[in-house]
Design a binder for this molecule. Structure first.
Ligand SMILES: [Zn+2]
Length: 325
């Protein structure tokens, strides 16, 4: 059963959050880099996750009724971190509540250790996936109007799965949103001989593998004699065979939005900068992703022992190191 949880102070029972939907701990793909600027928020508003240690991880904006204690914030060059895990106290009684992170090298988050709060669960029929039909959030833009790192990290996870399933053979992408995956992979593979194996499907071609988006309301392009790799919405580990999972929000944009004119959603930046991810942006993010996030994502996977992938990963590694040497 899925749950919504209201968090309260363990000592005085003061309410600290609304009823938040429990979701799986995000696998963001990207790790924020050490640079000046706003760092993205890990958790989507209205949701929380439980990390491997049992600590609750929330979006900072979902927590109220707390006070930040500057003396308990660790020194960072930009922003704050919790020294010893706690820099927030209950505004009602002063008890320790948890830690707020807003630093230059980490996701923005508020962590509530289970011993400091009381979690009040209520069952819900809602699925612990963000609603892919919601008007906001389809386009990969964060609350600052920038391309959303979490979205792009999830795109990277999906694109990497397409590559792994290809067994090292050329992949033809059917067009539309599928080309965003192609562009990301071309960036990821830049400088290796394999980048040119990620192609757009032309008329009359006889490809070995065709990749397109399938799923609700979407029929993928099928070419006779070619293997189909179909990207469907779902949790990362939820599909097998020739289906590749994309986070529902990534899928919804690629399958339903990318080819359509942008719709203003009423927020101030929508008018100024309606976003459609460009080939150059997808490729550039693919190039960044391969440095650290690709090895992190594939660590421990048995597929990395296969000769073609092992050789390709070595080539990718050499290609990006060359660029910086
Ligand atoms: Zn309290």
């Amino acid at each position: 059963m899925n749950v919504r949880t209201t968090f309260r102070c363990a000592r005085c029972d003061a309410v600290l959050t609304g009823a938040l939907l429990r979701v799986p701990m995000p696998r963001p793909g990207y790790q924020p880099h050490h640079e000046v600027g706003f760092r993205p928020v890990l958790m989507t508003h209205g949701t929380y996750a439980v990390d491997a240690n049992g600590t609750y991880v929330l979006a900072p904006g979902d927590v109220s009724g707390t006070r930040l204690v500057p003396e308990r914030c660790a020194d960072g060059c930009v922003g704050i971190e919790a020294e010893d895990g706690v820099n927030l106290v209950c505004a009602s009684c002063g008890a320790d509540i948890g830690g707020r992170t807003d630093a230059c090298h980490a996701w923005q988050e508020t962590r509530l250790p289970p011993e400091l709060v009381r979690a009040e669960d209520e069952p819900t029929d809602e699925e612990p996936w963000e609603n892919p039909d919601e008007a906001f959030g389809r386009a990969p833009v964060d609350d600052a109007g920038e391309l959303d790192w979490l979205w792009l990290g999830r795109l990277g996870v999906c694109a990497t799965e397409v590559l792994v399933r290809s067994e090292g053979r050329p992949v033809h992408f059917a067009g539309g949103g599928a080309l965003v995956i192609r562009d990301f992979l071309r960036g990821m593979l830049a400088g290796t001989g394999h980048a040119d194996a990620m192609r757009a499907l032309g008329p009359g071609e006889r490809p070995a593998i065709v990749c397109d988006l399938g799923g609700p309301g979407r029929t993928p392009v099928v070419v006779e004699g070619a293997r189909s790799l179909t990207v469907v919405p779902g949790p990362p580990d939820g599909v097998a065979g020739d289906e590749v999972a994309a986070h529902p929000r990534v899928w919804a944009y690629l399958a339903r939005e990318h080819d359509r004119p942008p719709r203003g959603a009423g927020r101030w930046w929508d008018e100024e900068a309606p976003r459609r991810i460009s080939p150059a942006e997808a490729s550039s993010h693919g190039r960044h992703w391969r440095c650290h996030d690709l090895p992190r994502h594939l660590a421990g996977r048995p597929e990395t022992e296969r000769p073609w992938l092992r050789a390709l990963l070595a080539e990718i590694d050499a290609a990006w190191r060359d660029r910086f040497s």
